[in-house]
Design a protein around this ligand. Structure first.
Ligand code: CP
Ligand code: NVA
Length: 313
């Protein structure tokens, strides 16, 4: 079966089949290998990318901007503080104009609905560079990183501890269920991913054979191949900081928790940025079991692959 993603948006990985995700991962590996060999292409020549940011970013912005620009594309950074959107112009009209200016749009912001409206009214591919609900390009880089360490992720045990209802945990839940990767979220019940997502994901996991578990028992790190955590308070939730520290302090990833997996080869993952001393200790994230920096690099290769697959014939 030949796969084409030409013209597609990536708003959530729920919209992508396992075969389409595998296709993107394979292309990411190719793109990374080319980059390591110093090969230079001009595959985005004549194309433009609007990069709309309501929230801050280091990795996502740099990944999109460099991946697109170094191959001849013209990325345009647009913060909502600088454009008419939100004050003088509706989202729908902004999207219509973007559709006439750009080849594709990257959106980072609050509501998932904003990404959906951008896609609907612009009629060009929209890439979700993080919303409150999903962070799909992160999940692609995470799986690439896991595969670099383990080969296939099918049947591997990925364990996430921390805020189980955040965008990163939710996206991992989706991608793992599609690819047959066992995924455990260890989080207090107050921070469980919502029922609506569980209802979508569990049937998918049943098909792929992935075991998806949600528990508050920290002992569930046992037999993990990789431990993953993310900040306890995501962007836009600063008022919850104190409450989260109370709820999550026993879910910190430290050497003791790494050892509790019983797997001396366990690796550590973090999407970054990290608050060292909260969700992870410095010795773990800066130590030899950490793959957080590979993950950061892999954002660029996976994002380039996504743009190639959706924009170039
Ligand atoms: N992981 C990630 O999305 O990082 P940024 O917020 O820096 O883009
Ligand atoms: N959950 C984090 C991810 C940052 C990349 C946030 O939304 O702030």
């Amino acid at each position: 079966m030949s796969i084409s993603l030409l013209g597609r948006s990536l708003l959530t990985l729920l919209d992508y089949s396992p075969e389409e995700i595998r296709y993107l991962l394979k292309l990411s590996m190719k793109v990374k290998a080319e980059s390591k060999k110093g090969k230079i292409f001009r595959r985005f020549e004549g194309k433009t990318l609007g990069m709309l940011f309501e929230k801050r970013s280091t990795r996502t912005r740099c990944a999109f901007e460099t991946a697109f620009g170094e191959e001849g594309g013209h990325p345009v950074f647009l913060s909502t503080a600088d454009i008419q959107l939100g004050s003088k112009e509706s989202l729908e009209d902004t999207a219509r104009v973007f559709g006439r200016m750009f080849s594709a749009i990257q959106f980072r912001g609050f509501k998932q609905e904003t990404a959906e409206i951008l896609a609907k009214y612009s009629n060009i591919p929209v890439y979700n560079g993080l919303t409150d609900l999903y962070h799909p390009t992160q999940a692609l880089a995470d799986i690439l990183t896991l595969e670099e360490n383990f080969g296939s992720v099918k049947g591997k045990n990925l364990v996430f501890t921390g805020d189980g209802r955040n965008n990163v945990a939710r996206s991992l839940m989706v991608i793992c269920s599609k690819l047959g990767t066992n995924f455990t979220i260890i989080t207090p019940a107050e921070l469980n991913p919502d029922e609506e997502l569980c209802k979508k994901v569990f049937p998918i996991a049943e098909k792929s054979g992935a075991v998806i578990k949600i528990t508050s028992d920290i002992g569930a790190v046992k037999n993990a191949d990789a431990l993953y955590t993310d900040v306890w308070t995501s962007m836009g939730e600063d008022d919850k900081k104190e409450e989260r520290i109370k709820l999550l302090s026993s879910y910190q990833v430290n050497q003791n928790l790494m050892d509790k997996t019983g797997n001396k080869d366990v690796i550590f993952l973090h999407c970054l940025p990290a608050v060292k001393g909260e969700e992870v200790t410095a010795d773990v994230i800066d130590g030899i079991q950490s793959r957080a920096w590979d993950q950061a690099e892999n954002r660029k290769h996976t994002i380039k692959a996504l743009m190639l697959a959706t924009l170039c014939k």
